[in-house]
Each structure stands twice: as structure tokens, then as C-alpha cells.
Design a protein around this ligand. Sequence first.
Ligand code: FES
Ligand SMILES: [Fe+2]
Length: 443
Amino acid sequence: MPSHLKLEELVQDSRVHRRIYLEQEIFDLEMERIFESNWVFVGHESEVAETGDYKTVPIGTQPAIMTRDEHGDIHLLMNRCMHRGSTICQEHRGNSSAFRCWYHGWTYNNKGDLIGVPYADGYGSTFDRSKFSLIKAARVESYRGLVFASLSPDVERLTDYLANAKHYIDLFMDLSPAGEVEARSGVHKYGYDGNWKFQMENGVDGYHPNFVHQAFFETQGKGLGRKVMQLFTGNSDFESKDLGNGHAILDMAPKHRSGKGPVSNLLRGATSQASSDAYVSDMTRRYGEVRTAQIFAASNVNLAIFPNLLIIGVQLRMTIPVRAKRTDVHLLPTTLKGVPDEINVARLRAHEAFYGSAGGGAPDDVEMFNRCSDGLRVKGAEWLELSRGIERERAADDGIMVGHITDETPQRAFYRRWKALMCGIVAESQSQQTKALRVARTV
Ligand code: FES
Ligand SMILES: [Fe+2]
């Protein structure tokens, strides 16, 4: 039994060991070396659009509050009273200029300063309120409305971190003729008894849809269902791409067609011709015909940003690790700024059909995570195979590694990054990542 394996040996080029999904000790290291040392997605700017808006969100397993102060700045305050440790905010979201701890009443403004201490004369003359500000994330940066935080100050600029994924984030945001999406339509939450990495692997897995989602596709009507299933067959001409730093995409932009088809595909025939025409003409006015076609062609998106963000369909999906065998997931469906209401309604209805709690698709994925968690209890079969396409993937001119849409190129990208962070390797480029020196650490 290879239980003596070192951490670096648990993730290999084409396979990963079952221990990385099961062991709490490895999970605890993931929190320390991935979620508490690097950029993680915490939300969208529109969730705290107004002065005083806030929402609670974990960074790894640590509770935090995302706030917007009166200067418009966004803060990530750790949700921990500096008196004796209680969380100071229990609401999921709201609007307040201050947070008062329920335990003994210490009060903080939404920048984290301690502004009120009940019966303050009980403290000695050396008591200094300024030393009791809430702890804050060391870095907070946004890209196109996506807010990321890092508990460590020693991280590269967010725009550098996002690497080649920026191009695809731009395409997603540019579906709005105003260049902005909003995530203010509520949050759909689910959880499962399994590891957080199952969700991240699955969001850019083009091998599974025709099996896990067969029933959904078949209920779409023969023509449309069959068309969708063709995206994910061995004969499909679509691709999966390793975008660097663990980010990856299933690129389903038609390569030999104009962008006109996907407009109707996106809206699923659910809007009037007038709304559709108005939308297309506003887009063309802003971006020009060529870029508009490119934006619509890319509208069918499955994009993973390491370690915890998926952009799928119209939604931002945050994966929240709870413990080795428990994960929460938050889905934030987005709407487009500057389009007829009918367009946004159609986007939300399409989202609900597949991803909603009574949707035809996402619950099936969750069932697979549960089944994998069960199956991995079997001892003797220690490895999960991730070699699909390893011999046919190729490096494109821009350095992006490209595989077939059904290949496991995205999962290998994820685990290269995982290994780099977990084993203390900082690779400067994609090719160096694959050759990176290994630092032996045992768990
Ligand atoms: S723990 Fe917050 S005021 Fe005492
Ligand atoms: Fe799926």
C-alpha cells in the first residue's frame, strides 16, 4: 500500500492519488498553502454596489466580510471580533456602516476600525483602540468586476495571475453592450459530502456531459439535444485549453461559422425579435461586427480560475471548501448591463433550467461527486487516471496548451498548479511548471 508516498508523489503527470480527496491533513495544508497564500475569488463588485453594502464570504475556511466603504473602496475584513473572538456579522448580506459584536458590544466601522467599546473606562490608560482593528485581507484587487483577495501580501498582481484567462473573462463581460455584468439576482447554494476539487475538475470536464447529462439533453427535444451532445463527442472539433496558473477553459467557440448562430443559441429562442435585434445592434455599435461575432461565438463558456471560481453559462460559481469531505457551492447568475429586460430574463430562465435546484443538469453532477466520494473508499485501487489526451495535446503559438474538448488537459493544468503551490514550487512559466524541480515534503 503506497501510504508512505510523499506529498509531491500524490500528484503525478497523468494521475492523482485518492488520498488528496480524503485526508483532512492534506485539506488543512491546502488551506494554508493555496487558499491562505494566494488569490482566491470572493465575489462580484455588484454584490456590494452601494456604500455600506456587505456580504459574508469565507476565504478558505476563515470567515470574512466583504464591505464597501463611503469612499467606494472594497475591503475584506476577517469576521472575528478582536475582543474574544466571536464573529461580528452573521447575515449573508445587508447594508450597514458598522458592525457591533453581539457578545460584549465592541463596534467596528466597515473599514475595520474599532469605533466603540462599552464601558471603556474599565480598560487601563494604555489601552489603544487602534491596535484592535479587524484583521484584513492583505490584498484585494478586481478584474472586470470580479473581486479577488489574498491573505498573503506576497502575491503577483491579479492581472498577471489571471494570465491567459483574462481574454476569456473579457469575452464574458463584453456580452454586455455596456461592458459590465451584474451579480444581483440572488445566490443559489448547494453542498455535497465530498472534496472541493471534484467541483473544480468537473466545471471544465468535457468528457462527462454526454453520460451524466444524457437525460437532460434528451428532454431538450431531439434536434437541439443531439446538437448539444455533438459538442462533447470524440469527433467534436472543440478544444480544452490550459491557460496557465491552473486556469483552464472548454473552448466551444465555433471555428468555421459566423457568430450569428450563437446569438440565438444563447437566448434559446426565448426573446422577441425586437429585443434580440436591439441587443445585437447595441453590441455592434459598441464593439464592431467582428468583435461582436467573436463575443457571441464564445458565449457558451466553461472557464475555471484556480482555485475556486468557475464561470459557466451565465453564472459565477464559487467553490467553498469546508473540510476534506464537505464542500459548499455558491452560484451567482449574472445579468447584462444595458440590454432589454427580456434578454436578462431569458438568461436567468436558461440558467435555472440546467443549474437551478430543480434544474435538469447540475444535480446530476453533484450525484457524481457523491459517488466518487463513496468509490474512493475502496482500498487497493489508489489512483485516479487523468491521462486522457496527454499524447495529443499540443502547445499553441501563444504558449497555451490545447487538447481535445473531451481530454483531461484542464485537470492536468489544475494539478500542476496544485502541486506547485502545495510542494513549494513556483514555476515561472507553463513549460517550466512541467519541468519544475520537486521539493520533497512529507505529510
Ligand atoms: S467577543 Fe466581541 S465584544 Fe466580546
Ligand atoms: Fe456536468
